[in-house]
Write a protein that binds this ligand. Structure first.
Ligand code: URA
Length: 210
């Protein structure tokens, strides 16, 4: 079974995303908006977490109260742009562990090259949420998921800000078991692998590099 794309068409997210796309938006505002959208994407991506009823006492009575059950969470950032989503995700999921996968895109081949990999030892016992704002060719995402599965991760979600149809197709073909949550599905890629209309280089825009 291939998961349907979880496209979050919420007015607040769309409004903030339009501000992020605008080239005149400052580095500070870009970062803040990404944090705010990441909070909302975390909320949407965790909609299907299982719950169980536990007995608690309010100051008035005893009740059966819903709590999340099952696997604990691990967020995994694909460096470096993925880090821009971590703070917002952790605002909503403060107890999550955090892993990092360092990949860069070879500008000629657009293939992902790994330079760093660090995740919790118990990754196999956790629900893993991989974050990267831009799902462009999908090569980095596929490489990151390959590595995470090789390290034992078995329940994985992927959360991004913008996706290109090419990246969605590549990721779904390689990892059909991974649900993709995104705030927008854009038109496609240019010859350099950038998403159109997109927002430019997400890492450069959030860190103020160029
Ligand atoms: N990475 C980015 O930062 N932007 C794109 O458009 C594609 C990949």
């Amino acid at each position: 079974m291939t998961y349907a794309l979880n496209l979050i068409n919420h007015p607040l997210i769309q409004h903030k995303l339009s501000l992020m796309r605008d080239e005149s938006t400052s580095t500070g505002s870009f970062r803040k908006l990404l944090r705010e959208i990441s909070q909302m994407l975390a909320y949407e991506a965790t909609r299907d977490l299982p719950i169980e009823l536990v007995t608690i006492r309010t100051p008035l009575v005893e009740m059966s109260a819903p709590k999340i059950r099952g696997k604990k969470l691990c967020l995994v950032s694909i460096l470096r742009a993925g880090n821009g989503m971590l703070d917002g995700m952790l605002d909503v999921l403060p107890a999550a562990r955090v892993g990092h996968v360092g990949l860069y895109r070879d500008p000629q081949t657009l293939q992902a090259v790994e330079y760093y990999f660090k995740v919790p030892d118990d990754i196999s016992a956790r629900l893993v949420i991989v974050v990267d704002p831009m799902l462009a060719t999908g090569n980095s995402a596929v490489a990151a998921l390959d590595k995470l599965k090789a390290a034992g991760a078995s329940t994985i979600k992927f959360v991004c800000l913008l996706a290109a149809p090419e990246g969605v197709a590549t990721l779904q073909a390689a990892h059909p078991d991974v649900q993709i949550t995104t705030a927008a599905l854009d038109q496609g890629l240019n010859d350099h692998g950038y998403i159109l209309p997109g927002l430019g280089d997400a890492g450069d825009r959030m860190f103020g590099t160029k």
